[in-house]
Design a protein around this ligand. Structure first.
Ligand code: S3P
Length: 430
């Protein structure tokens, strides 16, 4: 278990090639398995979560050929999936476990999905119940946790499913199972969650009374996944905040994914007074991409509208750091989902804020943060709780200390962003 030392930064200057988008990379791998034929994915992510998904896909029959960051996948199509071994390891990845569960139920292949201690402590009830309604039989530890033993002997039952929580993992899981049904499965969402699955699979989407209805069935062709994966907006967010709160900074982030269902934190930071310029590129595939440039600025408090939370869900830890250095009192509410991430992120953010001496109140569904642009601390010691986003948010907070700070279990960053520490060093070098 590594401890990372982070020195204070006088300024952050440079251009960063971000880690490839984790959500898109994992979908690219799974959808390539479902496509019958070759997919060529450029800029595939070396991070642990996408690599876990890729190795699961290979064990379900796809031929995977890796040439540096280019991954070629010979997909077997919906009817060619077979389990070469009966246990698949999803590592730390909730996306892998939830999306693959949908595929396995659809394909009717009996497999056990396992994960690391963090993933094995996250509830899977949200997928187990609807998948059972679709005909699956799922044996889970305490009826809720991995290992998940998944079978389906009865015919697949397509269904109309109204999302009880705005979760893209749950939405994708049900749609993936639905792709195997003769009749359509429809997922209805009232609060939009990230829409990479719909875009990359080109699923029919309609709108009725302000709700989105996404449809999947066996009759839809699964397209080849031929594209270059953009930089991960969720990785960019760490630098957007770092570049804002460290004086005299300018950070450029080329080729970053700017899917609007992911970038609510961009709006939030701009509302807080962050100086971020956005140059959008022409769309070369289903996802919008652009270049972001951030320069330092004074930040002011902001109350995040509850309906923006799902589109900022992964950025809330780093937004909390921005709020700690902003003028005034900010609120993050309606974010109870954070308690079910890689760790209880509301608790972990509270510990992070405590470590830098920020004023805050932990709430059942979020935090109240009493910001201070002149917040001063010497040296802090942080726990990552083995959570990549907490490790990286702690690193950004450390930049404002007057002496070096320390982050326990900092290697967790590699789950989504293996080069994070190298990039931090490069930006601080000037
Ligand atoms: C993800 C969806 C989100 C997000 C996670 C990745 C995805 O989870 O927090 O990091 O790739 O679909 P939920 O859909 O459960 O909110």
């Amino acid at each position: 278990m590594s401890q990372q030392q982070v020195s204070p930064a006088k300024q952050l200057i440079g251009s960063i090639e971000l880690a490839p988008d984790k959500s898109i990379a994992q979908r690219a791998a799974i959808f390539s398995l479902l496509h019958e034929g070759t997919s060529t994915i450029e800029n595939f992510s070396p991070a642990q979560d996408p690599q876990s998904t890729l190795s699961c896909v290979a064990k379900l029959g796809a031929k995977v050929d890796i040439d540096q960051s280019i991954v070629r996948i010979e997909g077997v199509g919906r009817d060619g999936i077979k389990a070469e071994i009966n246990e698949l390891d999803c590592g730390n990845s909730g996306t892998a476990m939830r999306l693959l569960s949908g595929v396995l139920v659809g394909a009717g292949i009996p497999v056990t999905l396992i994960g690391d201690p963090s993933l094995s402590s996250r509830t899977m009830t949200r997928i187990i119940k609807p998948l059972e309604q679709m005909g699956a039989h799922i044996l889970a530890r305490n009826s809720a946790y991995a290992p998940l033993f998944i079978t389906r002997e009865d015919p697949l039952v397509p269904m109309d499913f109204r999302l009880p929580i705005p979760s893209a993992q749950l939405k994708s899981c049900i749609l993936l199972a639905g792709l195997f049904g003769e009749e359509p499965t429809r997922v209805i969402e009232s609060i939009p969650s990230r829409d990479h699955t719909e875009r990359l699979l080109q699923l029919p989407v309609s709108e009725l009374h302000g709700e989105r209805i996404i449809e999947a069935s066996r009759h839809l062709k699964i397209p080849a996944q031929n594209y270059r994966i953009p930089g991960d907006y969720s990785a960019a967010a760490f630098w957007l905040v770092a570049g804002s709160i460290v004086p005299n900074s300018e950070i450029q982030l080329p080729h970053v994914g700017l899917n609007p269902t992911r970038t609510a934190s961009l709006k939030i930071l701009q509302e807080m007074g962050a100086n971020i310029s956005i140059e959008t590129h022409s769309e070369s595939f289903a996802e919008p991409v652009g270049t972001l440039t951030v320069t330092s600025s004074a930040l002011k408090a902001f109350d995040i509208p509850v309906e923006w939370i799902p589109n900022a869900i992964d950025e809330l830890p780093i937004l909390a750091v921005a709020m700690a250095f902003a003028e005034g009192t900010s609120h993050i509410r309606g974010a109870e989902e954070l308690r079910h991430k890689e760790t209880d992120r509301i608790m972990a953010i509270a510990q992070l804020l405590q470590a830098i001496g920020a004023h805050f109140r932990e709430l059942p569904d979020g935090l109240e943060i009493i910001g201070n642009p002149n917040l001063e601390f010497e040296s802090a010691t942080f726990e990552s709780y083995h959570d990549h986003r907490i490790a990286m948010a702690s690193a950004v907070a450390s930049l404002r200390g007057s002496k070096s700070s320390f982050i326990h279990d900092a290697e967790a960053a590699a789950v989504s962003y293996p080069d994070f520490w190298t990039h931090l060093g490069a930006l601080s070098a000037n």
